[in-house]
Structure formats: structure tokens, C-alpha cells
Design a protein around this ligand. Sequence first.
Ligand SMILES: Cc1cc2nc3c(=O)[nH]c(=O)nc-3n(C[C@H](O)[C@H](O)[C@H](O)COP(=O)(O)OP(=O)(O)OC[C@H]3O[C@@H](n4cnc5c(N)ncnc54)[C@H](O)[C@@H]3O)c2cc1C
Length: 410
Amino acid sequence: MAEILVLGAGMVGVSTALALQARGHAVSLVDRSAPGRETSFGNAGIIQAEAAEPYGLPRDLGTLWSMVSGRSNDVTWSLRGVTQMAPALWSYFRQSAPRRHAEISRTYAQLTARATQDHAPLVEAAGAGNLIARQGMVQLYRDRAAFDADAAEAERLRRDYGVRHRALSGEDYRREDPALLRDPAGIIHWTDSWSCSAPGCLVHSYAKLFASRGGRLLEGDAASLRHSAHGWTVNTVAQAVEAEHAIVALGPWSPTLLRRFGYRIPMIYKRGYHGHFETPRPPLRPIVDMDNGVVAGQMRAGLRIATGAALVTRKAPADLRQLDRGRAALSDMLEIGARVDEPQWSGTRPCLPDMLPLVGAAPRHQRLWFHFGHGHQGFTLGPTTGALLAAAIDGEETALSRALAPAHRL
Ligand SMILES: Cc1cc2nc3c(=O)[nH]c(=O)nc-3n(C[C@H](O)[C@H](O)[C@H](O)COP(=O)(O)OP(=O)(O)OC[C@H]3O[C@@H](n4cnc5c(N)ncnc54)[C@H](O)[C@@H]3O)c2cc1C
């Protein structure tokens, strides 16, 4: 048994703490605020069994131009943001080349394939079953040609990775989900994905489970992390806490901490927003609006519309263009009422150029471990990569954990 500090109580940190605890380690989980209040709070809440291939950077000129020219609602950008991230974006572009992307996907698909299986025992033990729907999610198309192309692509994903789906005409799907106001051109229903009606609450309930099993949940500042006689020390509100191992699971804040230890992590920060809206007829399943770059799903707080990526600096002020456009465009399909009054949330997907999370030993520091960079799917993958990291700390390596290890990637 080892004493272990986990820094960061988002989905990734909390899941890691649980996995280590299950292996008999004494774990202290440190965050500057309550668990699940940041990126893991405001996402679209989908546990994405369908995401066998990570989002690459589009390489065809048409799509790139629609992003650059501001026509696409999937991505917005600022010159400062893009300039600051230029080296990471260039690497992302190169790693998105078809052959390399296929190689990365072979690793990624092994993670998403077991994601719901890895959440299941935690959902049950945490008594959080009421937050989870196991009915999949859908992609909605207004354009027939785009639907046909993606339906063929969905078939390929089934062949390559065993990801299951149904491709339906808009008319047929509308019979299933009368919340739709008119027939779309087509629907792809990914049947094995799950959705969560309050992502922050799910993380919180996992954290409560960790505490109920004897784990220590502490308020403290990860920036105080330092080497000490027995390993690593961090300051918490009550006292300094020392442990043999420390794990950095600070999501998009991880590179800032690690710069102090000499690591330059090339992260792409993809900001997203959400808003909640009243609706008399919530959709049966979360809907990815393929024409307008937003996801809409019913949450406890209302119909949550979550946006695509904004490539801006970390300190850039909120810009709700994508949310406003997405909401307006989706009104042809769903009845969307007044916006729920609440502080504006934004969060940042912590993306690495090779689209894989960093999971494993820090290359130049003993008993320091990296666990971040889950990009678009950290809510999905927290328990899966948490289990892999816990095994690696216990000296159990697999081909999959080697593929995610920082050693050959930084
Ligand atoms: C709009 C949007 C929609 C998304 N939709 C989905 C989805 O449907 N499915 C999916 O799987 N993923 C989705 N994602 C991605 C997912 O939300 C992230 O990958 C995931 O939440 C990252 O989790 P994390 O634990 O690494 O980071 P976080 O949840 O951000 O946790 C990091 C923690 O570190 C703490 N911290 C930071 N600095 C310090 C410090 N100095 N001291 C102490 N603590 C500190 C923070 O308080 C925070 O609790 C979405 C993201 C966005 C933005």
C-alpha cells in the first residue's frame, strides 16, 4: 500500500482516486474547490461509447475554409488564441493525417469500448443510477447527402470497431421522438452510449463514494506541489499533506503546474459553453446537430445546449456567438423557450496534439504521474484511464498503457 496524492477532482481525478483506493492505497484527493465543478461540470454529459475515433483536425480545404471564414459553427477562433497554440495546432494537423489518425484510433477505440463498463460499477455503488440514461444518443442531419455519407461511415465504424448504431429516416425517428418539430433528412442513433442528466452531480457522487470508503477529500492548491523527504507535498487548507506519489489530474490546468517542473506540454485549449433552456417537449435522447455544431440534451437544469470549440486564449472574455447561433438554428427541430437564468459557464477541453490522454509516469521525476489531456471525452474516459493508471502505479503494464505513457510522447 502506498500513500498517494491525486491533484484535481474532476471526472479524471475522482475516478483515479477510486481506482487506487480499490487497490488498497491510501489516497488524498485535493482540489481548490468542490469535486466536479469545472470542465466535468458543464459538458454535454454523454458517455461516448461511439467515439472510437478521436476528433482529428479536418484536413480538407472546404471544411478548413468554413472554419477559417467563420461560416462553421463547430469552431470559432481568435488570432491571439491560434497564434499562442500554433505549434500544438500544427502538430495536431500532422497527427490528423489519415494513416496516423487510424493508428491513434486503434488505441483510442480500446478505451471508449470499455467506458460504459468502467462507469457501471461506480454508478451503482454511488447510487447514481437516476442520473444515467442508457438509450444512446443521436446525430441529426438536415442534408440527405451528408446523412448518407455519415451512415456509410457509421457502417465502417461497426466493421472496424464493433460500434453499434441504427441509421433511420427522419420520418421514422420522429415517430420515436415526438419532440422533433419536423422530419430531419436522417438520424444516426448510436445505441451503446449513455447520457447523464447532471454531469457535475455524477462526479460529486463518485467523490462521495470515495470519501465513504475512507478516502480523504481535501481543499488545497496544487500549485504548492513540491518535492519532499518522502516524495511529494502539497498545502491544503488544514495542513501540508505528504505522500509517496503525486498524480497531476488538473485537466486544462495541468500544463501550468508542470511548467514549474520543466515540462512544456503542447496543449490545445478548446473552449466550450452551455446554456439551459425551458422546453415543453425535451428530446428522448441527446441530439448532436450536425449542421450547427451543438449538442442538445435534457438535463436536470433544463435543455442544455453545449457548443463546439472556440480556439481562444485562456483569459479571453466569454463570446456566446456559437451558443446563440446554435440555439437559433436548432429551433427548427425543437421547441426551445426562455433561457434559464444562471451564471454563464464555460469550460476547456484539454486536448493533446496526438489526441490521446497522457497516462503514466512523468519522464523526469520519480513517483510523479500524469493523468490529463482527455480532450473531448474526459467525462467518458475518466474511470477507464483511471484504472489503467492505477495498474501502472502498481507496476502492471500493458500494450495499451504503454501507448498512453508520457515517456515516448513528450
Ligand atoms: C462544451 C463541452 C462539452 C463536452 N461534452 C463531453 C461529453 O459529452 N462527453 C465527454 O466524455 N466529454 C465531454 N467534454 C470533455 C470533458 O468535459 C473533459 O474532457 C473532462 O471534463 C476533463 O476532466 P478533468 O477531470 O481532466 O478536468 P476538470 O473537470 O476540469 O478537473 C480539473 C480539476 O482541477 C482543479 N484544479 C485546477 N487547478 C487547481 C489548483 N491549482 N489546485 C487545486 N485544484 C485545481 C479544478 O478545480 C478541477 O476540479 C466536453 C467538454 C466541453 C467543454
